[in-house]
Design a protein around this ligand. Structure first.
Ligand code: IPE
Ligand code: IPE
Ligand code: MG
Length: 242
């Protein structure tokens, strides 16, 4: 690649600003979500071309059910459409799709489409595209704790064996490495209940760009910034140990 950048293996995205993008244009919020989905599609392609191995996007949080019915309904319609469309795209571009979050709250046809998407793309060897839907970091940790507790009660796990490594296998992100870089669009400096366990040591990059305007150049700029960071993981600066 032209700039000789280290490409993060796993990029997590909080795609924010769809509503503001629409408002700026005097359009209903739904239009921002529609354009935002097109941006997701393009970003999956850009990420794969850049050599990113895992891309996790926050599509719908456990708190987003608080939004007006009309907006939630429009988002569900988009999931319906994209669950089918993604199957075609993923198959053509060798992308493996995974969902994290608590699926059962969705309509049965959406759950079925999600299951099919995961099942039919699971052998693909290109980019792993992870979609967080009805996802909340706290909800994920609580569900993981319940599963571990159940295994303890059934004698499959001893409490002493529950290390960080073992616990992480109970999370929805089992077998997925932690994100190296978190990108949040539209300027907000918060996690909004995203990947609370997994983001422990990720580098954070926030851009003012509204999600529907995000593009390859924005992604590259985030990666450039990432390349300027020194990840210490609690240790000391390499310069000081010389
Ligand atoms: C992100 O855009 C998409 C979802 C949360 C589903 P928003 O809808 O949060 O857009 P803003 O933050 O209101 O601009
Ligand atoms: C985070 O965005 C959730 C998603 C991107 C799906 P929100 O717009 O819901 O977050 P807050 O409300 O600004 O924290
Ligand atoms: Mg928002």
């Amino acid at each position: 690649m032209e700039e000789n950048l280290t490409i993060p293996a796993h990029v997590a995205l909080i795609l924010d600003g769809n509503g503001r993008w629409a408002k700026k244009r005097g359009l209903p919020r739904q239009f921002g979500h529609k354009k935002g989905c097109e941006t997701v599609e393009q970003t999956v392609e850009d990420a794969a071309r850049l050599g990113i191995r895992y891309l996790t996007v926050y599509g719908f949080s456990t708190e987003n059910w608080k939004r007006p019915n009309e907006e939630v309904g429009a988002l569900m319609q988009l999931f319906r459409y994209y669950a089918k469309r993604l199957l075609k795209i993923a198959t053509e571009s060798n992308v493996r799709v995974r969902m994290i979050g608590e699926k059962s709250r969705f309509a049965p046809d959406i759950v079925e489409a999600i299951n099919r998407l995961e099942e039919e793309t699971k052998e693909n060897t290109g980019l792993t595209f992870i979609i967080a839907v009805n996802y909340g970091g706290r909800d994920e940790i609580v569900r993981a704790a319940k599963k571990a507790a159940r295994d303890c009660m059934e004698g499959k796990l001893a409490a002493e064996e529950l290390t960080e490594e073992v616990f992480s296998t109970y999370l929805d992100t089992d077998q997925i490495p932690d994100p190296d870089l978190l990108i949040r669009t539209s300027g907000e400096m918060r996690l909004s209940n995203y990947l609370l366990w997994q983001l422990a040591y990720s580098e954070i990059y926030v851009t003012d760009c509204l999600w529907p305007d995000f593009n390859r150049e924005e992604l590259l700029e985030a990666i450039r910034q990432y390349n300027r960071r020194e990840r210490r993981f609690g240790g000391v600066s390499k310069a000081e140990t010389k």
